[in-house]
Design a protein around this ligand. Structure first.
Ligand code: NAD
Length: 467
């Protein structure tokens, strides 16, 4: 290559890079990022019409690209999420993203149903709502965006997000990346969109927008209440306070390991994670001993437990400063030094009275109270009470079928895990697909593409029955 050719090539590369940069920063929304809800919804509405005109095969190509790009960016996103939100652990966030990318169902979830008879054929199919307005949490910022986007697009919808302001930068990176992957693989611009400065006002605008056909809120009680009062069809995935009950027939060592693993994943910010242990008196001492023997749990004395409680609670609420933090940060803040330097430690456990605040409030941090009960029946009653009708998640360790069945019936949770850590319930080490939008209050449960679809019936009179 001579000098002129090199200069020409450099110039072409420069112009091309400027075009790419311009596209990335385009406020009109070619990259999925918008200044206003109106702009985002308008683009998503136009995109939805184009999306449904594509073949299902093409939709799958787009979904595969979302999975692929998530796995490529995974480590970067995990680090950026922990750094921006201050919640969780990088290695667990990596697992969250892998799970969302690999175990969120695509279009195969939209199984049609047919009925034939003397009068012909009736076909029922899952159809899109149109444009979905989705509100997402800080706690699983990336997992929720990835899962919701795959599910909603698989269903033929497009989506406009109002993300939590505390996770806005990572969300911008995720949306921009997913948008680019969609467009590069033949999808329309604006299938996935967000406002770059989300606030309560933009959330209200989204909820009230005439062109939003369905709302999906993932978060605490306030946002679920807000979408349910919007006057629109809404899917609400709310808070939980999952109890884990251990009876005298359980394999206690395995229960101890599972509880510590389930409770401490991502520093307890998963809504499904074990938030309090209820243990039958006969095995409670052994359970505590085996928890300590995992090497991952600090067993606190009553005095230490009091100091930790004072540090992490503010009256009836948790002190948000400690949400999602590593246990060593919390112990240090409480003035407990005897575990300092133990990098294996993932949580702290202490014996609590049933009225202890951390038994009743969703702590979202790796501090785990254990309440002793006289027998399994008292334990089941207490588990139902502390779950507080969230219909979210509960766990039980037992080998007695009667006990397991009795608890499963009365707890009425969306997820009930027997003899495993909580995350088995979202397909991590357990069977079944995953979700990061567990819709307990509105009943869709472990959401997937079909949860974001409407059922449509088509009837053909007298024909197409083949027998
Ligand atoms: P959060 O409730 O503070 O925020 C969630 C989202 O709702 C954010 O985008 C926030 O800006 C928005 N929001 C809050 N109040 C609102 C209102 N009145 N109107 C409109 N928007 C509003 O929750 P968080 O701290 O981000 O996440 C933690 C909570 O979410 C926990 O309670 C956890 O159990 C729950 N959660 C539930 C699920 C599930 O699938 N059920 C999944 C993840 C998190």
């Amino acid at each position: 290559m001579n000098e002129n050719e090199t200069a020409l090539e450099e110039m072409i590369t420069k112009v091309f890079m400027e075009m790419v940069d311009q596209k990335d920063n385009n406020p009109s929304g070619c990259n999925g990022l918008f200044e206003t809800i109106d702009q985002a919804v308008a683009q998503a509405k136009a995109a939805q019409k184009r999306l449904v005109s594509l073949s299902l095969e093409k939709r799958e190509v787009i979904i595969s690209a979302i999975r692929r790009v998530t796995l490529e960016k995974n480590e970067k996103w995990a680090k950026a999420t922990v750094s921006e939100t201050g919640y969780g652990r990088v290695e667990d966030k990596i697992q969250e993203n892998i799970l969302a990318a690999n175990k969120t169902p695509g279009t195969e979830d939209l199984e049609a149903w047919a009925k034939t008879g003397d009068n012909g054929l009736t076909l029922v199919e899952y159809g899109p709502y149109g444009v979905i307005g989705a509100i997402t949490p800080t706690t699983n910022a990336t997992g929720t965006l990835i899962h919701n986007t795959i599910s909603m697009l698989a269903g033929g919808n497009t989506v406009v997000y109002n993300v939590h302001p505390a996770a806005v930068n990572i969300s911008i990176d995720v949306i921009k990346t997913l948008h680019q992957a969609i467009v590069e693989n033949g999808g329309p611009e604006g299938c996935v969109a967000m406002v770059t400065s989300p606030t309560m006002d933009t959330a209200s605008e989204l909820m009230a927008h005439k062109d939003i056909n369905l709302l999906a809120a993932t978060g605490g009680p306030a946002v679920v209440r807000a979408v349910l009062s919007s006057g629109k069809k809404a899917i609400g995935a709310g808070a939980g306070n999952p109890p884990v009950l251990v009876d005298e027939t359980a394999c206690i060592r395995r229960a101890a390991q599972d509880i510590i693993d389930g409770h401490s994943i991502n520093n307890n910010i998963f809504c499904i994670s074990e938030k309090e242990v209820i243990a039958v008196d006969e095995i409670a001492d052994n359970l505590l001993k085996f928890m300590a023997e995992t090497g991952k749990a600090a067993l606190l004395t009553p005095d230490e437990a009091q100091k930790v409680t004072q540090t992490v609670t503010k009256g009836e609420e948790v002190n948000k400063k400690f949400v999602g933090k590593n246990v060593c940060v919390i112990l240090e803040a409480a003035g407990i030094t005897r575990f300092a330097g133990n990098n294996e430690l993932r949580c702290a456990v202490f014996e609590a009275d049933r009225n202890h605040p951390l038994v009743w409030i969703e702590q979202l941090m790796p501090i785990l109270p254990l309440v002793r009960v006289k027998d399994v029946w008292e334990g089941i009653d207490l588990a139902v009470e502390v779950e507080q009708g969230n219909r979210h998640t509960a766990m039980m360790h037992s080998t007695n079928v009667e006990h397991l069945t009795a608890m499963a019936r009365v707890i009425e949770t969306t997820i009930f895990v027997k003899n495993g850590p909580s995350y088995n319930g979202i397909g991590f080490g357990g069977e079944g697909h995953t979700t990061f939008t567990i819709a307990g209050p509105t009943g869709e449960g472990i959401t997937s593409a079909r949860s974001f679809c409407r059922l449509r019936r088509c009837v053909l009179k007298d024909s197409f029955r083949i027998v």
